[in-house]
Design a protein around this ligand. Structure first.
Ligand code: GDP
Ligand code: IMO
Ligand code: MG
Length: 427
């Protein structure tokens, strides 16, 4: 019985939703611990596609407790739309619990996100414009409104009034943008509070009790290691901590309780938004991978930038997260390529670099050093046993594991639950 933390080992969209759903079968509790509805986790179960932004990807298995931890920022309108959408598809959400300590996203956060992107112009981050950064800014500034405040009719009006006064001033006077009417937000959020209230419970207590009972707890990361506020490609990052260590903070349990950390990585790599990307393919091959892999954002629909697997990034993710193993996804997308490449190191001004650099200035000048492998022509999407994979695909995977310095435990060969090869048990 164990606590497993599942994280994105690249720039997000690695297939965390699919792998969480797959592992959820053996989990008792699934918890989201950071990020917000900037995340888009696609799960394909029983032939149906579900796009989840806030609700943990364990929700599709009946009977699993699904938790939204204190580290998540919640847009109530999005959460409620997701609840309604699941209900329409006959998926029960009665096992969902939401931390009263989670912070709430308001319309002014979204507008501020947009205004700040516009102000930055060419230097924009390429955020999802969902208000994530401004909501975490308020949290750090000790000016945020939490779920506990939202559902407390004695607290909420005054808190909102106070926040709105400052935000309207900021919007009007700094950005020259329109502000918001107090009464409108108060009314809308009052309705949201009624819907959300029954789900609110102390997530930290639930997680710790589950661990004490010897149950399996699965922590579902959002975004990825290179989008981490501290360890990512700053400033082209998100405003939370997608790395494994943050699971403790964002769900409310201690580091001694983590038994295993799984890094999800695509067999290649993608990125949405701006920022340097050493192995990016800006040619027809990049277009081919984008088309074959349906690499368009789940949240914003933006085309994802595609490139070869980056071994420097993988090794970095292993170090920062203490990865025990990898789940390699979308291996099927590479089928049919005559040759596949992996980046083993970078060359920077003639020097060989094997560790991920701290600054964008260096990263932007890094040239990938590639190793080339023969590809495989076979369609592998129906393969369920490692032994049955083409020899060239197995060689490729072995090299990825070597470069990442961690074994491959799961191989995903298609979007649906069944299209998963297990080489090591995670739970
Ligand atoms: P997440 O944000 O990490 O959960 O990833 P996304 O859901 O944003 O993006 C991953 C996309 O790839 C989704 O559309 C998945 O349905 C799909 N997907 C996941 N694993 C595989 C796989 O092994 N093969 C293929 N072809 N698609 C996959
Ligand atoms: P999942 O969980 C990929 C990116 C944005 C932008 C940067 C900052 O689906 O893997 P933000 O709105 O968070 O302030 O944007 O982070 N980004 C993601 N990229 N997958 C995600 O989530 C992402 N969430 C944010 O594109 O570059
Ligand atoms: Mg995604």
């Amino acid at each position: 019985m164990s606590t497993v933390v599942l994280i994105g080992a690249q720039w997000g969209d690695e297939g965390k939703g699919k792998i969480t759903d797959f592992l959820a079968e053996k989990a008792d509790v699934v918890v989201r611990y950071q990020g917000g509805n900037n995340a888009g986790h696609t799960v394909v179960a029983d032939g149906k596609e579900f796009k989840l932004h806030l609700i943990p990807s364990g929700i599709l298995y009946p009977g699993k407790l699904c938790l939204i931890g204190n580290g998540v920022v919640i847009d109530p309108a999005v959460l409620i739309a997701e609840l309604e959408n699941l209900a329409a598809q006959k998926i029960s959400t009665e096992n969902l619990r939401i931390s009263p300590r989670a912070h709430v996203i308001f319309p002014y956060h979204q507008r501020l996100d947009r205004c700040e992107e516009e102000r930055k112009g060419a230097r924009k981050i390429g955020t999802t414009c969902r208000g994530i950064g401004p909501a975490y800014m308020d949290k750090a500034a000790r000016a945020g409104i939490r779920v506990a405040d939202l559902i407390d009719p004695e607290e909420f009006p005054a808190r909102l009034e106070d926040a709105l006064q400052e935000k309207n001033r900021l919007l009007n006077q700094v950005y020259g943008a329109e502000g918001f009417a107090y009464a409108e937000i108060l009314a809308a959020y009052g309705k949201y509070a009624e819907i959300i209230k029954p789900y609110v419970a102390d997530v930290s207590i639930i997680v710790n009790e589950a661990i004490a009972r010897g149950q399996n707890v699965l922590c579902e990361g959002a975004q990825g290691t290179l989008l981490d506020l501290d360890h990512g490609t700053y400033p082209y990052v998100t405003s939370s901590h997608p790395v494994a260590g943050a699971a403790c903070l964002g769900a409310g349990f201690g580091p001694t309780k983590i038994n295993r950390v799984v890094g999800v990585a695509k067999a290649y790599i993608t990125r949405v938004g701006e920022g340097p990307f050493p192995t990016e393919l800006k040619d027809a091959l990049g277009d081919h991978i984008r088309t074959r892999g349906h690499e368009f954002g789940t949240t914003t629909g933006r085309p994802r930038r595609c490139g070869w697997f980056d071994g420097v990034v993988a090794r970095y993710a292993t170090r920062i997260n203490g990865l025990d193993c990898l789940a390699v996804t979308k291996l099927d997308v590479l089928s049919g390529l005559e040759k596949v490449k992996v980046c083993t190191a970078y060359r920077y001004r003639g020097e060989l670099i094997t560790e991920f650099p701290a600054t964008l200035k260096v990263l932007a000048e890094c040239e990938p050093v590639y190793e080339e492998f023969p590809g495989w022509a076979e369609d592998i999407s129906n393969i369920r046993r490692y032994e049955d994979l083409p020899a060239n695909a197995k060689n490729y995977l072995a090299r990825l594991a070597e470069l990442a310095r961690t074994p491959v435990a799961l191989i995903s060969v298609g979007p649906s639950r069944e299209q998963t090869i297990v080489t090591q048990n995670v739970f």
